[in-house]
Design a protein around this ligand. Structure first.
Ligand SMILES: Cc1ncc(C[n+]2csc(CCOP(=O)(O)OP(=O)(O)O)c2C)c(N)n1
Ligand SMILES: [Mg+2]
Length: 784
């Protein structure tokens, strides 16, 4: 290095060290302010994680103010959220008001949030493990876009996860690792804040050294940052190696406890273990207690130079795991204490930290407080020219116009699942410019159920996505098969192994393509309906950060019949109703399905839109003739009268989905005794319930009194009429309709499962057949 370069390097290190301390201070103070300074109205602990923040400030300083590339995207360990805000505060992207309102309504969020925070947050985090894994899927999305000419290779960025070491215990990490290896992902960094403490205690020693193996096996480069420069320098001195060896042997819990106890305890222990007469003893004796404590905790993850070198070293596209050894609560009074996860400094302690940094009382929020004018000015300039200071964000891509209608497959008897496959096939083959533009942006994905959820025809048309060619061996050998399975860069289907959690993370990453990479993709994921539960937290995670996708779950309910009791899904309608950011439809007929798929393509792109869940079935049912399209407007709002009731009707049957033929048969039987009985097809229990809640909230808020769609539909009946609700799923999905206008209700549905059988047997056993509906109606009038 020339002298000039060396000088500049030393200057950078010094600035990053200052920023490390500043981030530690600001994150600690923000949390302290919320807990101890701000007025409390409810006496509840506000919380925050000063120790988790302090563990990461050097890593984040070196990343955000040195290593970050202009197109890099970062998922920040949830409990280091305040450090991210502090970094943006230094750059001028975050306001004091937001910091002061940490964890208050409208203030900066507990954990980084894409949708609620005012600073640019690339990935929301909070549920540990998921924020890490999504970065691997985001790098796959980036490769997809490059391969499809929708992102310039010059604009490649790294997808980075700053993670806690306890996140390595989450199973989803390993599911993701396997999938990532299969797809040969690149440009992904996972940086582990390896403080060897989780929430409860120190992490297990037996895993020491195993993580490297696991990641290397999966094609990752592993860079272990165990020792800081100071440690390395001392280890090289006479007698130093024994200290290095001692650290290597020291169990996690003991290391943490000694860190907490400080210099005198370190000395006592080292002397006990290493003796008093050796060269090592002499070396140890040459340090004061304070110097010894500093030395023993000078781990790689707190050493700016070590971090810079590691980041420089990984300057290619190989996925890289950085194991950065750290101390939880570094530089704070509870460093290393096993209970420090949610530990908060008391006022005396935070004042001690403030004084230590030379910050005057009252100057706590000053971004550069306690520094001399020259130092502050040069740090300000350094920050302004740092990667974070120059960060720019991509514009979300243009939305695509959606054709007025999607093709409706013809056929007298059809299942919604088969029709779904046929609609996608029609789109894939279409010459219509609007339809083919939509088809070009579709990306389908499925965890090993592509064929059995009828995605096969689309895949035959559009191919599997692979960066490297994948030959279809069966096709090449001329072995007859309905399924082409060739992979290439233009392919539009991402085949996943059988891990549903990965499906939802893949969808979440694909569904963020517009805000993240500037190109809107229309992702469609298929899964067996019961296995939604496997990936529920990842589904919630995607919805929470406003990712946009279409989830097609099929088969569903007991209607899959002989295919297996274990595959019956019961509570998914309630999941569909309960999940914010996801609109659930369950079509009975295939023209409804086409309508909802069209809606989905629009809703996935609308600024105030969201994701869509279609609950489909393999049961082919007779389709119905429609006199006109009058039903459509109501169907898209959640329900329409298939048989309008007379104004004096005594009852109505309300049904959802595949049991439409039973509902119709019962309606015909009952119509003989109860002329004018209505038949209501609820296409979305979710939209009806949401609309009802929203209308009530609006009324309470004094903003007019427009009735909701559920109220409008039920107003067609006298209030004295009874309702029989029926769905192949939890009866609670529809039974609430009785409460809308205070009407009697007799709900049918499934609250048990597990029995195989054919449909007549199952519908009889679970009381979903026409007889059950008639009996349920009779029950309403018994004694009335
Ligand atoms: C899925 C999930 N389970 C549990 C929690 C509660 N929790 C928050 S942080 C944490 C462990 C933190 O340890 P680590 O990842 O090592 O972070 P550190 O604070 O040590 O840096 C746990 C269990 C959570 N946020 N998400
Ligand atoms: Mg930890």
């Amino acid at each position: 290095m020339t002298q000039e370069v060396t000088h500049e390097h030393a200057e950078t290190v010094r600035n990053l060290e200052l920023l490390d301390r500043r981030l530690r201070w600001l994150s600690s103070w923000t949390i302290h302010n919320a807990n101890n300074v701000r007025d409390s109205r409810d006496g509840l602990k506000v919380g925050g994680h000063q120790a988790s923040c302090a563990s990461m400030t050097a890593i984040m300083s070196a990343l955000y103010f040195y290593a970050l590339g202009p197109n890099d995207r970062v998922a920040v360990k949830p409990h280091a959220g305040p450090v991210l805000h502090a970094a943006h505060y230094l750059v001028g992207n975050q306001t004091l008001d937001q910091l002061q309102r940490f964890r208050g309504l409208g203030g900066m969020q507990s954990y980084p949030s894409r949708t609620k925070d005012k600073i640019p947050v690339d990935f929301s985090t909070g549920s540990v493990g998921l924020g890490v894994a999504i970065t691997a899927f985001a790098s796959l999305v980036q490769d997809y876009l490059i391969a499809h000419g929708q992102l310039s290779p010059d604009e490649v960025g790294r997808m980075i996860a700053l993670m806690g070491d306890a996140e390595l215990d989450e199973g989803n990490i390993y599911e993701c690792l396997i999938e990532a290896y299969k797809h040969d992902i690149r440009n992904c960094w996972w940086i582990v804040d390896y403080n060897r403490q989780s929430l409860d205690y120190a992490t297990a020693d037996r895993m020491f050294g195993r993580f490297d193996d696991i990641f290397r096996t999966c094609g990752w480069r592993v860079l272990t940052l165990k020792h800081g420069k100071r440690q390395k320098e001392i280890f090289a001195r006479p007698g130093g190696q024994a200290i290095a060896d001692w650290i290597d042997q020291c169990p996690n819990a003991e290391f943490a406890a000694l860190t907490y106890q400080g210099g005198a305890a370190w000395r006592e222990r080292l002397v006990r273990d290493l003796g008093t007469t050796s060269r090592t003893a002499k070396l140890i004796a040459s340090f004061s207690d304070e110097e010894l404590a500093d030395l023993m905790t000078n781990l790689g993850g707190h050493c700016i130079e070590t971090l810079m070198e590691a980041f420089d070293q990984a300057n290619d596209d190989v996925p890289t795991l950085f194991i950065a050894y750290t101390v939880k609560g570094y530089g704070l009074p509870f460093a290393g204490h096993k209970d420090n996860h949610a530990g908060l400094m008391n006022t005396t302690q935070i004042e001690g930290l403030r004084e230590n940094l030379g910050i005057a009382a009252g100057d706590e929020w000053n971004p550069y407080g306690g520094m001399g004018d020259n130092v502050a000015a040069s740090l300000r300039e350094f920050v302004a020219n740092s990667p974070l200071g120059r960060i720019k964000r991509r514009e979300a891509g243009q939305s695509l116009p959606v054709p007025a209608r999607l093709p409706v497959p013809d056929g007298k008897e059809q299942s919604t699942q088969a029709a779904f496959g046929r609609i996608l096939l029609e789109l894939a083959k279409s010459k219509d410019p609007l339809e083919s533009a939509i088809a070009d942006r579709l990306v389908t994905t499925s965890p090993d159920v592509t064929v059995s959820t009828n995605l096969g025809a689309f895949v035959n048309q559009r191919g599997l996505f692979r960066r490297q060619e994948l030959r279809d061996v069966f096709h090449a050998a001329k072995i007859p098969s309905a399924q082409k399975w060739a992979g290439h860069a233009a392919g539009q289907h991402i085949e996943l192994g059988i891990a549903e959690n990965n499906l939802f993370l893949m969808l979440a990453a694909l569904g963020l393509s517009a805000p993240m990479f500037g190109t809107r993709l229309l992702p469609i994921g298929t899964v067996y309906d019961p296995f939604i539960s496997r990936g529920l937290d990842a589904l919630n995670y995607g919805c929470y950060q406003d990712s946009r996708f279409l989830l097609v779950a099929t088969p569903s309910g007991v209607t899959l019949g002989p295919e297996g009791g274990a595959h019956q899904s019961i509570n998914t309608p309630l999941i569909g109703m309960g999940q914010p950011g996801l609109t659930y439809f369950e079509p009975a007929y295939v023209d409804e399905l086409a309508l909802f798929m069209r809606f989905a393509f629009e809703h996935m792109q609308a600024p105030d839109g969201g994701s869509v869940y279609l609950r489909l079935t393999t049961r082919a049912i007779p389709q119905i003739e429609r006199p006109d399209g009058g039903w459509e407007a109501d169907a898209i709002k959640g329900g329409y009268w298939l048989r309008r009731p007379a104004s004096d009707a005594e009852a109505a049957i309300i049904f959802t989905g595949a049991i439409a033929p039973e509902a119709l048969a019962a309606w015909e039987q009952l119509a003989e005794d109860m002329p004018g009985i209505g038949l209501l097809n609820v296409t979305s229990p979710d939209l009806l319930h949401r609309g009802w809640s929203a209308a009530r909230a609006e009324r309470w808020g004094g903003a007019g009194s427009a009735p909701s769609h559920a109220e409008i539909l039920l107003q067609a009946l006298p209030q004295s009429a009874g309702l029989i609700t029926v769905i192949d799923g939890s009866p609670g999905a529809l039974s609430w309709l009785g409460g809308v206008r205070g009407m009697r209700v007799s709900p049918l549905g499934i609250d048990r499962f597990g029995q195989t059988g054919d449909l007549p047997d199952l519908y009889h056993t679970y009381r979903l057949d026409a007889d059950a509906i008639v009996e349920a109606a009779a029950e309403l009038f018994m004694g009335a």
